[in-house]
Structures are given as C-alpha cells and as structure tokens.
Design a protein. Structure first.
Length: 253
C-alpha cells in the first residue's frame, strides 16, 4: 500500500519527501525519546531505519570486554540504522541514546526498501546521506591519525555547533560530559578538561552549565593555532594564506 504522502499535483501524483519523514503512516511511526532514552541497543534485531526529526542523540558501541565508546553524534536530518538494509536482517552493531529530547521517524525495513525503489526523490536524499556519512567517517579517521588531541577536540566542538552546515551555527551545543568528549576525541578526561579551560581563557568558548562555541575557535583551527606541543602558550602567529571563512570541511582535508 502506498504511503499517505502521495499528493495530486496538476493531475499527477507527486511524492512528498518532507511529509513522508514528518508524518506517521503505513510502515512508519514517530518515536519520542527523553534524555538518556534508548532508541535501540547493540544486539537488537536490525529491522528498521530511523530518521532524526529533532534533538540530539549519540551512537555508542561496547567492546567484547565491556568498554563503551561514543563514536558519533546525530542531529536533525540524520538517518541511522542503515545496517537493517544489508542482505537479511541481522543485529544492531551499535546503540543509540538521546542526549536531548528527541523525535525520530521509525521506518520499517520493508517500507524503506519499497520507498527507495519506487520514489527517486527519497532514494536521492538517502544516497546523499550515505555519501555524506562516508565522507565524515573518512574525515574522522584522518583527524584521529594526524591531528593532535587538542585539535580533534576543537573540531568535534565545531561539528557539534554545526559550523559549516546550512544556516547559522547553534548558540549552544547539546549537553555532553567531558568523559564523552574524551571518548570521542580518543584522549583522557583530564586532557579534555585542560583544553576546555584553555579554550575558555582564550575566548573560544563559554560555559556555565551549557557550552557555547564562538567563531574564534574555527579561526584558530583554520590558522593552526592549536599545536599540542605548544599547549601552554596562548597564541602563535597564523599561517599566511588561510581564510578564516573557510567551511568546517577544510579541517578534514
């Protein structure tokens, strides 16, 4: 059965992607998660895809010895659970937990496959998401291999504030602990605390219960002012020829 988001337009039927991702229908339903609410857990049956309508969530994985790590964050416009589309339905390889009050659209595996096959507008959107995630994963790997932990933390804060995304950056990033930041950066909580205090003294961030990211942090990263070996100094002379208005994607080059 076709989804309710097929509308008549000049005598022809048109698929409304925005309506499909906003309103529950055949094979879809809206799922609300309070902070710390679990969308799905590692090991659950992979039987659906989720689209984030609003809020922030974190994706975590637990190793065989029980160590948990946060591997990425999700925000409005993201899909998660694509593993349900690969071959026969298996089990979730990660867990997803809400950081802030969140709403997601749960799309069953069968409905997801149908709409991807029948509606090119939707399949184009989903493919764009997969490509963007692949590029982000590659950028994260490059960041982990070649950048200092201080610069990795700065990049993570800028991504959480959505610098480089369409529209204006968010004023405050979602609530997040230094332990979680340390997991994502690949360093210790004490190092994260040291760098956060340094960023605040330099005017890159403010925090009083909530963390606010200033554009000066983006400029500092683009100007390569955050070498870990010089972490005690206040500033270095910027490298010539680097525009402070480059998008955040340049951090990953």
């Amino acid at each position: 059965m076709a989804h309710a988001c097929i509308h008549a337009l000049d005598g022809e039927q048109s698929f409304d992607v925005a309506h499909f991702l906003a309103c529950a229908g055949v094979g879809t339903r809206i799922v609300h998660c309070d902070p710390n609410g679990v969308l799905f857990s590692q090991g659950d049956s992979a039987d659906s895809v989720f689209y984030v309508q609003s809020g922030r969530l974190k994706v975590t994985v637990v190793s065989a010895n029980g160590k948990e790590a946060t591997i990425t964050l999700l925000s409005a416009g993201d899909f998660i659970g694509e593993d349900s589309l690969t071959g026969t339905a298996g089990h979730r390889s990660t867990s997803v937990t809400a950081i802030t009050p969140s709403y997601t659209m749960k799309i069953t595996r069968s409905e997801m496959i149908r709409v991807m096959h029948d509606e090119h507008k939707f399949s184009d959107l989903f493919l764009s998401h997969l490509l963007a995630r692949s590029m982000r994963t590659q950028a994260d790997l490059v960041d982990q291999l070649f950048n200092s932990s201080e610069k990795r933390l700065a990049r993570l804060l800028l991504l959480m504030a959505e610098y480089g995304e369409p529209g204006k950056p968010t004023k405050f990033i979602p609530p997040i602990t230094q332990e979680t930041l340390a997991e994502m950066v690949g360093t210790t909580r004490s190092r994260v605390s040291f760098f956060m205090n340094r960023f605040r003294k330099l005017g890159f961030i403010d925090y009083n219960g909530r963390i606010q990211i200033h554009k000066s942090l983006l400029n500092a990263v683009l100007h390569d002012l955050l070498p870990e070996h010089n972490s005690q100094s206040q500033r270095l002379a910027p490298k010539p020829g680097i525009s402070p208005d480059r998008r955040i994607a340049k951090l990953c080059a």
